[in-house]
Design a protein around this ligand. Structure first.
Ligand SMILES: *Cc1c(COP(=O)(O)O)cnc(C)c1O
Length: 432
């Protein structure tokens, strides 16, 4: 079979372009800037995706992280099928979300109550509203290089004027909304202190990805994250840990639990729904009780706590616990990275990783860890394009963007990884 055969995918993309902007329902899927039409996939199992053209790919995207057990896990599938035969949605009280909520609150010490929603974006958006209501303050600090979903007030970047001031990073976000967000730089304690000095009286919350993994993998120092917490405590602002990507990925209790970050609110998504649309925000009782119907913060959802997502998520987490899946994943990822690293270095590339997340990037001259976006090498986009396309032809699928990270799942067994290593090193050896 010709690995570059796109004879079925290409006409589908032509059709998709007519009915959806850019042919897609989320931008990165379009392969923009990669000089190739996106591949259409028809099925997936374990570590593999199969295209409509019948080509199999080892998948290191895993739907951008949710599928920690791999595609179509057999145990999760049983629970999903059972639920599909039982009910699809109640719009009423049911025991399924109760079980997942009890599981989370029993496992995660800083989460006493949760509210389920249908996406990570909704979780973040609702947590900001809650923080404003609870503190009676307005502004939110976000970090350049962190992604928190497509919430208006967080689609902002550093402005050109005074430190901390922001500008919209998407059309359609009003200046008034953008101004509610202040921008800080990752790994910069002094900068954050300056923003607090100036605006501390009106800062409702600081939100951060404790493991920033949406603009490369920008691993933070624990001390920096702890400093955020202490500044928040001092200024009576809430510390929101956005663990939509890292939660249940790095471990059961996530970065916030492992590093004892003591967030006031935490956001989850991705893995929590086991591949179905589920998000969640949670925290201490006294804060969460501000949410309707108990409190004054309105937040609702027709399909919230959808039972299929609740069952898939709970089974995913229980299975990870039963198998001690995180340890296996971390060991396999370390092995994978260690095998690839010398071949990447030889081509002036490098690989960073944390738990089962990895990111291939241009080599940094002084080999210092990349902790903020200004340290990301300039040639990142071009290098990635070459590597990505050659890997596709070899049957290895990375997330189709230079700034997206890769994920291992438990379905990436030693055999799958050895095959992937063989394919990747072959591609690297052929690269100039
Ligand atoms: C994916 C992600 C979101 C958004 O979640 P969606 O389900 O795509 O809305 C928010 N924050 C972080 C850290 C994410 O990785």
């Amino acid at each position: 079979m010709n690995k570059s055969d796109l004879s079925q995918s290409e006409p589908l993309f032509e059709r998709a372009l007519k009915v959806a902007p850019g042919g897609v329902h989320s931008p990165v899927r379009s392969f923009k800037g990669l000089e190739r039409a996106p591949i259409f996939f028809k099925s997936a199992k374990g570590a593999y995706l199969t295209s409509v053209d019948g080509v199999k790919y080892i998948d290191f995207c895993q739907s951008f992280g949710p599928l920690i057990l791999g595609h179509l896990d057999e145990d999760v599938k049983v629970k999903v099928h059972e639920m599909i035969d039982t009910a699809w949605s109640f719009g009423a009280c049911e025991p399924y979300s109760l079980e997942l909520a009890e599981f989370i609150t029993a496992q995660i010490p800083f989460v006493e109550k949760v509210r389920f929603v249908s996406s990570g974006t909704e979780a973040v958006m609702s947590s900001l509203r809650l923080a404003r209501a609870y503190t009676g303050k307005t502004k939110v600090i976000k970090f350049d290089g962190c992604y928190h979903g497509h919430v208006d007030s967080l689609l902002v970047k550093a402005g050109s004027g005074l430190a901390g001031l922001s500008a919209a990073s998407s059309a359609g976000v009003s200046q008034a909304v953008a101004e509610e967000t202040l921008i800080a730089q990752l790994d910069d304690e002094a900068g954050l202190e300056r923003i607090f000095q100036e605006w501390g009286h009106d800062i409702a919350a600081v939100i951060i990805e404790p493991l920033p993994a949406n603009y490369g993998l920008l691993i933070q120092r624990k001390d920096f994250l702890k400093k955020i917490k202490s500044l928040c405590a001092k200024h009576k602002s809430l510390f929101i840990s956005d663990e939509v990507i890292s939660g249940f990925r790095v471990s059961l209790t996530g970065m916030s639990g492992d590093w004892l970050l003591e967030p006031d609110l935490v956001c989850y998504g991705k893995i929590l729904g086991g591949g179905f649309p589920v998000g969640c925000y949670g925290g201490r009782k006294e804060i969460m009780d501000f949410v309707a119907p108990l409190g004054p913060v309105y937040q609702a959802g027709t399909l919230s706590a959808n039972p299929i997502g609740m069952r898939a998520g709970l089974e995913t987490l229980k299975k990870m616990v039963a198998l001690n899946g995180w340890q296996t994943l971390n060991e396999r990822t370390s092995y994978f990275v260690k095998q690839l690293k010398p071949f990447l270095l030889a081509k002036n590339l490098d690989i960073s990783h944390f738990a089962s997340l990895f990111w291939i990037h241009e080599r940094v001259s002084d080999s210092k860890p990349i902790r903020e976006i200004t340290s990301i090498p300039q040639g990142q986009g071009e290098k990635f394009k070459t590597l990505f396309l050659k890997l596709l032809d070899e049957g290895v699928y990375l997330a189709p963007n230079a700034y997206e990270v890769g994920f291992l799942s438990l379905a990436h067994t030693d055999e799958v990884l050895d095959l992937a290593i063989q394919k990747i090193t072959k591609v690297l050896s052929e690269m100039k």
